[in-house]
Design a protein around this ligand. Structure first.
Ligand SMILES: [Zn+2]
Ligand SMILES: [Zn+2]
Ligand SMILES: [Zn+2]
Ligand SMILES: [Zn+2]
Ligand SMILES: [Zn+2]
Ligand SMILES: [Zn+2]
Ligand SMILES: [Zn+2]
Length: 169
């Protein structure tokens, strides 16, 4: 079967429209940005906050972990004092200064003294040790049983399976 000529003409028109309206403007834009970036490097960016209004480049003024101009932070440069950055106040999930069950520094609760029933001896918080849907210590937890048809060597079957952990009943 021959492809009608008009399809090729139509495709040609579509492709040229895409080039004219999408590809060329994008290319021009990035070219202009590159030229402007070079100019900016000589004369200095015209910053609004940390964004150059001329070339669109972002220039932060880092002081340790924080930018002096905007509220952006540098992940590697924090000055950690235990769990908290002295500079920007960011909290990390390690080196807490535990006072009983709460961190003196950030107030996060944790470090519980859990007995066999998964209850903290100090503050009464419940904390399970989850393995899939069930607690390793106390066996608490609930599976989400769903029944489904299965096919195996013995033919059709009907089984209950947990939709969360995949365990069979
Ligand atoms: Zn610039
Ligand atoms: Zn900045
Ligand atoms: Zn910081
Ligand atoms: Zn802490
Ligand atoms: Zn506790
Ligand atoms: Zn438990
Ligand atoms: Zn389960």
């Amino acid at each position: 079967m021959d492809t009608p000529r008009w399809i090729w003409i139509f495709l040609g028109i579509v492709v040229s429209l895409i080039i004219v309206f999408r590809v060329i403007p994008l290319a021009l834009k990035s070219m202009r940005a590159k030229i402007q970036d070079k100019k900016c490097k000589k004369t200095g960016h015209q910053l609004q906050g940390c964004l150059c209004t001329l070339c669109g480049v972002t220039v932060h003024d880092w002081d340790g972990c924080t930018c002096k101009r905007c509220d952006k932070t540098h992940a590697e440069q924090h000055e950690w004092n235990g769990c908290k950055c002295q500079k920007c106040g960011k909290i990390r999930g390690e080196q807490h200064d535990w006072d009983g069950c709460n961190c003196k520094c950030c107030g996060k609760s944790g470090n519980h003294e859990i007995d066999g029933g998964c209850v903290c001896k100090r503050c009464g918080t419940k904390q399970h040790d989850w393995d899939g849907c069930q607690c390793r210590r106390c066996g608490d937890g609930e599976h989400d049983w769903v029944n489904q048809w299965t096919v195996d060597s013995q033919g059709f079957g009907y089984e209950f399976r947990c939709s969360k952990c995949g365990q069979e009943r």
